[in-house]
Every structure is written in structure tokens, then in C-alpha cells.
Design a protein around this ligand. Structure first.
Ligand code: GAL
Length: 662
């Protein structure tokens, strides 16, 4: 049975930034806006321990009391993303080293190297102090470990600490240099080693380093993030029963979030739709149309991804997840920082709730007038008066209250596999400049969301395949026996994208040729791949869309039919019963067409949504969103007498919620 949980709002607060006399007013205003949770503490190390061993917790005790007395629940962050200057001076080699071999400096944040064991010991020490002191506080609702692992390009560090510990990691994995040489193919270019301590990190090479070397370093680096996080969670659990969480970032794929999620009770992420639009979306039409609201599918993609990360720890089907930081107004860090369009700040919260978030917490409570983020808007203006997001939150919390809204996530019929190792593999050897695993997944995600489907994003495990009607493997680089057996057992339609199953885990071309073990599902061998520049897109038959940059040439067995060809007569889509192999990277139009056809065949109920409209079901509620700049009539999607919020004439950035039957 899916567990139901109340949905509510919060904010991120920095009591250390404001005079103590103001705290009571802030707490009172938070309650007036209907907020129930407040996150504090995650950057406060220099105030908690100004010099080694001189702990100063009295101010934090008082801040927590003020907030708790007002009835707020505390989310307490560990301050390890901002090691203070005295600590860096004590151990300067704790600083991370970039790919050009330069040490990163003090003066912002996230300046530590994950591999530095003495820094980890320092983290353990400060987290122990904090957990011991606040672990049983009655107002404590949850913990946040560190802040946004990987943000500012901080997972990979080419430090001496990383090199030494990577050598040990390799020795454990391969046991002998010969085994490593074989796995990596080091006979090529005389790269063979005779001892593990000869191996350097894969930066500063003259040309491309061995991809297997890079992939192992990516795996090693990801494991350091997992270990760093686990250490904190283990300490916290000795002193506290409050759930642990971490705030993941959007589009950061440099470590395995599922693996970090395995040590968290709640996965959370930081959603900045307009900042991400400028930074992460290439499509100029999407950028222009949704300038003030963000890409209609990118937030949703991350909501679905992080729900899966929240599920790993308990082996649950659907995980606990929050938005720990929600954009409240213009941010400061994208190249351009437009204002949210009217309604956008509210729409973002409802989209998160529709995907099952328990909490949406605005970043941040009050705009600072100092330092790096002084141009980042907040719920309050720099002078302490309410700003737009304050009013938006007040409205949302009152509606949530009236709705008695709860999340009741159920397993979706559609599973879309997203895999971090695949993302690293295609970054390491893209073969076509713009080929990326995230992009490959997003194209199918957009296509399926346009059909109004609920989608679970899942890791490539056998368990995640169970009970589905449609499984999508956008570009999974290597297929385990376990996964391949689960796919063979499954009754679902299976949509396989190019490059899937093309490699062994050691980053070698699969001995049976791509798609490797999936040939048990479809009798097809890929014998050539080509990548094509953006000016050389190819139309497919019947003008159904374009081959966009990637094309494969296959040899199919007799039971396999060709469902679509391009203008040069090369098959773009093969089918064997319920199994489909798409040999190309399809543009969005072609992706939409293929996803639609296969969804119908899979027996899914689909919709023809207006270009700006998206829907999502959560329990008995259907949420309908208009991301566009014009009003849209959605009476075909909502039943007027079942509306619990909004109207069927959806204003720009409007939201309607209606009740469905069982
Ligand atoms: C997040 C970060 C916050 C703040 C915010 C600004 O990435 O966790 O501390 O910097 O961005 O948008």
C-alpha cells in the first residue's frame, strides 16, 4: 500500500545573517505565510566553531528555540560544504584540484576534496557535535547532510589524496595489474602497468586518456561522495531518529544519486526553473516561450528522478522526496536572470506536489544585502518586507490546508531508465559532440509527458521493471544479465534507444556486437554507427520527423520487421513483437511519434495535450498546468463539478486540480 503524507511548505533561513532581535518577527511571519518547516545551519561552520575546538552553539540553541516556539519544524543542515578558513589553513591539501591540476581556493564554498580522509574526520567531528546536541530536539523534523554534492563541478578532484586512494581502489577491484591491463585494453599505445602505484589520474594526458581508465575514475569518485555522505548519516543515526536527507541539484550527474539515496530517508532537490532554462536547455524556441516559467518538462523530470532516489533506502517502490529549495523570484547565477511570469512561482509548487513532494521549501527567506547572493530574490525583500513569493506561499498553504492534500504515489505504468554510469560513459566517449545520456532520456520523457502519462524514472534494476506496461531504455551503455532476464520475463512493451547494450562494463565493445544481451529480445546486430553534425539532419519517411545527429546500421534477423526508414532507405526503427529498437537519435517530433505509437500498442490511456499543457495524477487528484503565455480551455481534462482548485479556463501559468474516480 502506498503511504500517504501531508503536503506542506517551508523556507531556508540563515539566522546568523540577521540581528537576533529580528528572529521572532521572522518566525511569526513564516507562520503567517503558513510555512511549517524551516531549514537552517548548512553554511554556519565559522559561527559554530570560530577556531578549532571553540564550539559556540548558544546562538543556534536560541535560534532553534525561537523557531520552535513559533511552532515551526526544523531541518538542520550539517555545515560541511563550507569548511572555515582556519581549517583550510591547517590542512591546505584538503582543497580540491581541478582537471588542469590547479588547486581550488578558499573564498566561496564546496572547496574540499572528497578523497581527503583527514577532512572527512573533521566532518565526522563537527557532525557528531551537532547531532549530539540537537539529535533529540522535539522540533527537529529532518537532517540535511552537506549542501548540493557536485554543485560547482566539485565531484572530480585530481588531488594527491584522490590519486593514492584511487590506486588502492583499483588494486582491490582488479587484484593484479595484469587483470587491469586486460580490462582496460592497455596493450593499446603501450599503456601497460606492472604495479598499481604507477597509475596516475586520467587528467593532463596529451590526448584522450583510456576511456576505461576515465570510467573507473568516475566510479571511484562517485563512491567517495557516497562514503562522505554515509559517514555523516551514520553519525547522525547514533544520536537521532529524525530522517536524513540531502539536497541534490538539477542536471548534476557526476555521482550516482541512487547510491547516495541508499543512505537517505528522504531525497530532496533544489529547483530553479528559470536559472536551469538558461543554463540547461538548448532549444531556442522553448527558451523564448517559457522564459518566465522554465522548461515545462525539466523540473518534472527531476521530480520523477529524485522520487526514485528517495526510494532506494527502504527498497520502497516510491520514495519520500522534497523540494528543499524552490526559486522564489529572479536568481543571481545564470547568465541572464529573468523575472518569473505571474503565476509561475505558484505553478512550480503545484507541479512538485503533483509529482508527490511532501514539502516545497523556498530559497530563501530574506534577500541578503551582502555577499555573493545579494541579487537573489527571496520571500522577503532585503529590508524585511514581504515579497511576491511570500504572498504566493500564503495562498498555496491556505489551499493545501483546505484540500487536506496528501501524496499517495503509486507505481506508474511507464518506467524510463536513467543510469549515471551511462551518463559518464557517453561524456567520456561521446562519438558525436552532442550525444548525452541526459538528453537521450529527456527526449523520450518529453514525448511521454506530452501524452499525459505518469512516468517513473528508475535505475537499471530488475525490480524496477516489474509491473510495467512500457519500459524505455534510452541509451543504457551496458546490460547486466539480471536486467536482461527481467526484460525477457516482462510483459511490457520495450523501447530501446541507440547505443543501448553496446559496451561491456569494462568499456569495451560488446563481444556479440550491440545491443549485446538484448539480442535475446530482438534479433539485431548493429554493425556501424555514425554521428552527424547539426546541419546534416535526415528526414524519415512520411515527414514524421528527423534523424538528429545519430544513426546506426543494423543486420536484422527474419523475425524482425523494419517499421520506419529514413530518406536514404536506412531503417530507423526495428520491431520484434513487443520489443522496439530505434537506431537513431530522433528529433522531438519523431520521438513524439514513436512514443505515441508504442504507448497505444502498450495499452496505455493517452491524451493529445495542447503544447503548453501538462497533466499529472497523484492519488485521486489530477493536476493540470498551463505553462504557456495564453489562456487554454482544459475542460476535456477536468470535470467541472470535480474541480477542487482553479477553473477549466486555465489562465497563463494557471493550475487546475480535479478529483478523479478510483
Ligand atoms: C543553490 C544552493 C543555495 C543557493 C542557491 C541560489 O544551488 O544550494 O545555497 O546558493 O543555489 O540559487
Amino acid at each position: 500500500m502506498p503511504i500517504s503524507r501531508r503536503q506542506t511548505l517551508g523556507t531556508c533561513y540563515y539566522p546568523e545573517h540577521w540581528p537576533e532581535e529580528r528572529w521572532t518577527t521572522d518566525a511569526k511571519l513564516m507562520c503567517e505565510a503558513g510555512l511549517t518547516h524551516v531549514r537552517i545551519g548548512e553554511f554556519a561552520w565559522s559561527r559554530l566553531e570560530p577556531t578549532r575546538g571553540e564550539y559556540q552553539f548558544a546562538w543556534l540553541d536560541r535560534a532553534i528555540e525561537v523557531l520552535a516556539d513559533a511552532g515551526l519544524k526544523i531541518v538542520l543542515g550539517t555545515p560541511t560544504a563550507t569548511p572555515p578558513k582556519w581549517l583550510v589553513d591547517e590542512m591546505p591539501d584538503m582543497l580540491a584540484v581541478d582537471t588542469d591540476g590547479r588547486q581550488r581556493g578558499f573564498g566561496s564554498r564546496r572547496h574540499y576534496c572528497f578523497s581527503h580522509l583527514a577532512y572527512r574526520a573533521e566532518c565526522k567531528r563537527i557532525v557528531t557535535q551537532i547531532a549530539e546536541r540537537y539529535g533529540r530536539h522535539p522540533a527537529l523534523a529532518a537532517w540535511q547532510s552537506d549542501n548540493e554534492y557536485g554543485c560547482h563541478d566539485t565531484v572530480l578532484s585530481y588531488s594527491t589524496a584522490a590519486r593514492d586512494s584511487f590506486r588502492d581502489w583499483l588494486a582491490q577491484k582488479y587484484q593484479s595489474p595484469d587483470a587491469l591491463n586486460r580490462a582496460w585494453g592497455n596493450v593499446f599505445w603501450s599503456m601497460e602497468y606492472t604495479a598499481f602505484d604507477q597509475i596516475e589520474l586520467p587528467n593532463l594526458t596529451v590526448t584522450e586518456p583510456n576511456p576505461a581508465h576515465v570510467l573507473d575514475f568516475r566510479r571511484y569518485s562517485s563512491e567517495q561522495v557516497v562514503a562522505f555522505n554515509k559517514l555523516q548519516c551514520d553519525v547522525i543515526r547514533c544520536y537521532s531518529d529524525a530522517p536524513t536527507s540531502h539536497n541534490f541539484m538539477g542536471s548534476v550527474i557526476d555521482f550516482n544519486h541512487y547510491d547516495v539515496g541508499a543512505d537517505l530517508d528522504i531525497a530532496t532537490w533544489d529547483s530553479y526553473p528559470i536559472g536551469f532554462l538558461d543554463r540547461d536547455t538548448d532549444d531556442e524556441e522553448i527558451k523564448a516561450r517559457y522564459l518566465g516559467v522554465g522548461d515545462p518538462d525539466l523540473q518534472a523530470f527531476h521530480h520523477d528522478l529524485y522520487r526514485a532516489c528517495g526510494a532506494v533506502r527502504n527498497g520502497e517502490d516510491q520514495g519520500r522526496w522534497w523540494v528543499m529549495e524552490q526559486q522564489p523570484g529572479p536568481v543571481n547565477w545564470a547568465p541572464y536572470n529573468p523575472s518569473p511570469s505571474p503565476g509561475a512561482v505558484k505553478l512550480w509548487a503545484w507541479e512538485a506536489f503533483a509529482h508527490g513532494a511532501e514539502l516545497v521549501s523556498y530559497f530563501r527567506w530574506r534577500q541578503p544585502s551582502f555577499a555573493q547572493e545579494q541579487m537573489h530574490e527571496a520571500m522577503l525583500l532585503p529590508n524585511g518586507e514581504p515579497n511576491e513569493a511570500f504572498h504566493a506561499a500564503t495562498e498555496i498553504s491556505s489551499i493545501l490546508h483546505d484540500l487536506g492534500a496528501e501524496t499517495t504515489n503509486a507505481r506508474a505504468d511507464v518506467a524510463l531508465v536513467f543510469d549515471y554510469e551511462t551518463a559518464w560513459a557517453w561524456q567520456t566517449q561521446p562519438q558525436g559532440a552532442d550525444f548525452s545520456a541526459l538528453d537521450a532520456a529527456l527526449r523520450w520523457y518529453r514525448a511521454l509527458r506530452k501524452l499525459g502519462l505518469n512516468i517513473d524514472i528508475v535505475p537499471p534494476t530488475a525490480a524496477a521493471m516489474e509491473g510495467r506496461k512500457l519500459i524505455v531504455l534510452p541509451s543504457l551503455f551496458s546490460i547486466s544479465d539480471e536486467l536482461s532476464a527481467a526484460l525477457e520475463r516482462s510483459q511490457a512493451s520495450i523501447l530501446i534507444g541507440p547505443r543501448t547494450g553496446s559496451k561491456t562494463p569494462d568499456f569495451q565493445i560488446h563481444p556479440d556486437l550491440p545491443p549485446g544481451p538484448l539480442q535475446r529480445l530482438i534479433d539485431l546486430k548493429i554493425t556501424r554507427v555514425e554521428s552527424r553534425p547539426p546541419f546534416a539532419k535526415l528526414a524519415v519517411e512520411d515527414d514524421l520527423g528527423l534523424v538528429d545527429g545519430w544513426r546506426e546500421f543494423g543486420r536484422a534477423g527474419g523475425a524482425v520487421s523494419c517499421r520506419l526508414k529514413d530518406v536514404e532507405g536506412v531503417p530507423s526503427w526495428y520491431q520484434a513483437g513487443r520489443v522496439h529498437y530505434v537506431t537513431v537519435r530522433p528529433d522531438q517530433q519523431l520521438s513524439n511519434h514513436i512514443a505515441r505509437e508504442i504507448s497505444v500498442e502498450a495499452g496505455l490511456i493517452i491524451y493529445d495535450l495542447h503544447r503548453d499543457v501538462r497533466i499529472r495524477r497523484n492519488g485521486r487528484l489530477r493536476y493540470v498546468f498551463n505553462y504557456g503565455p495564453e489562456a487554454v480551455d482544459v475542460s476535456d481534462l477536468v470535470c467541472a463539478d470535480k474541480l477542487v482548485h482553479g477553473t477549466s479556463q486555465l489562465s497563463p501559468r494557471g493550475v487546475a486540480i480535479c478529483e478523479l474516480g478510483d
